[in-house]
Design a protein around this ligand. Structure first.
Ligand code: AQP
Length: 343
């Protein structure tokens, strides 16, 4: 039986990249057979690797939990909780810090991107972030992790840490970790720059569609999205396997991005999307995409807005989830401590 773990940071501005790349897949997986448990976590410990306003963090934690439920995650089927409520995550992270090699962390590209030129002033937490992520997954001995494409490298590291633990202590305790990266929009790009990932922290509001955006805002952001001067490409832009050819992705990243988002929103193939708009102008594609996003995203945003006002309900979901997660992870942690030789 598979065990699923994934997390989202409560850093605000949840966008369609988070939704199509991760949260939508959480919902799909919840319906699959052969799954023992699904843990969906609001990873607040990760968030403080960069300073957060305490009141804002509390608010965003509830908002992220609301996004899970509004998107279709059923708290009766999945364990929804926030990371700081379950002490095993931080405790196991220390143990795994002693397994992980500095050279492995030095290769993490996300740290380089996030720390930028000011590496010396970045927090130790930001550097060790991927080890905490490994701990999140391994606290529940989860083997499958649904994420966006940007998390691939962190999951390879988590797998290496788990394997080294098993090797060093001559056990077969941790399972093989596998990323679940699927759907048509595993890496949604910025609407202002098709080479950059759509991101919560992008200064430009026009770079992303937020889950809480209203109809007019969605339409306006899509209208202003960067394009190129050609018309929409034809089927020759696709490989035999239905993916966009690499040279098309390089030459026309914005067009590819808009079509990929349409595929994710409509659950259609790239061939279908390209056939619908081939030879047409971007204004046609943008109109179709706006309509599609409005029909898919507005209901989630509306449900989120309603739920955010019911703090009591959201807190009760997080409390129940934390109790289950605490119990499950404590059991594993005791076994891990025993393997290591702690009395
Ligand atoms: N643009 C994206 N396309 C597809 N998937 C994405 N994810 C994030 N951005 C995209 C996936 O969403 C999940 C939760 O992400 P996170 O909250 O842990 O933070 P992140 O990856 O750091 O997200 P952002 O938006 O890029 O935030 P900032 O600006 O803070 O760096 C993950 O599964 C992620 O892959």
């Amino acid at each position: 039986m598979d065990s699923i773990f994934s997390g989202v940071q409560p850093t605000g501005n949840l966008h369609i990249g988070n939704y199509f790349g991760a949260i939508k897949n959480f919902v799909e997986i919840q319906r699959r057979e052969n799954i023992s448990k699904t843990y969906y976590c609001v990873v607040d410990l990760h968030t403080i690797t960069v300073w957060q306003d305490p009141e804002q963090l509390k608010k965003e934690t509830l908002e992220t939990a609301a996004s899970f439920i509004a998107a279709g995650i059923d708290p009766k089927k999945s364990i929804i909780f926030n990371q700081s409520r379950v002490s095993s995550h931080a405790e196991l992270a220390w143990i795994l810090n002693c397994i992980c090699r500095i050279g492995w962390l030095n290769r993490m590209t996300q740290f380089k991107e996030k720390a930028g030129k000011n590496k010396e002033k970045a927090s130790v937490g930001l550097y060790a972030y991927p080890v905490l992520m490994a701990s999140d997954i391994l606290s529940y001995k989860s083997n499958l992790v649904p994420v966006g494409d940007d998390q691939k490298q962190h999951l390879e590291l988590a797998r290496d840490i788990a394997n080294k633990f098993n090797h060093d202590y001559k056990v077969e305790f941790f399972p093989e970790i596998k990323p679940l990266i699927f759907g048509s929009a595993t890496r949604v790009m910025s609407l202002r720059d098709g080479q950059k990932k759509m991101s919560k922290s992008d200064e430009s509001e026009f770079s992303r569609i937020n889950l809480l955006d209203d109809k007019d805002t969605i339409r306006n952001k899509i209208k202003k999205a960067k394009t190129d001067s050609e018309s929409i490409m034809g089927l020759e832009a696709l490989e035999d396997n239905g993916e966009f050819k690499t040279d098309i992705v390089v030459q026309r990243p914005e067009a590819v991005n808009l079509l990929n988002i349409l595929c994710a929103a409509e659950n259609i193939s790239k061939k279908e999307a390209v056939s619908m708009f081939s030879g047409k102008n971007f204004s046609d594609l943008k109109e179709g995409l706006s309509d599609s996003l409005i029909s898919k995203i507005i209901p989630i945003g509306t449900e989120m807005k309603k739920m955010i006002t019911d703090k009591k309900y959201l807190s009760s979901v997080l409390n129940t989830g934390a109790e289950v997660a605490e119990e499950d992870s404590k059991k594993n942690l005791l076994e891990i401590k025993n393997i290591i030789g702690f009395n």
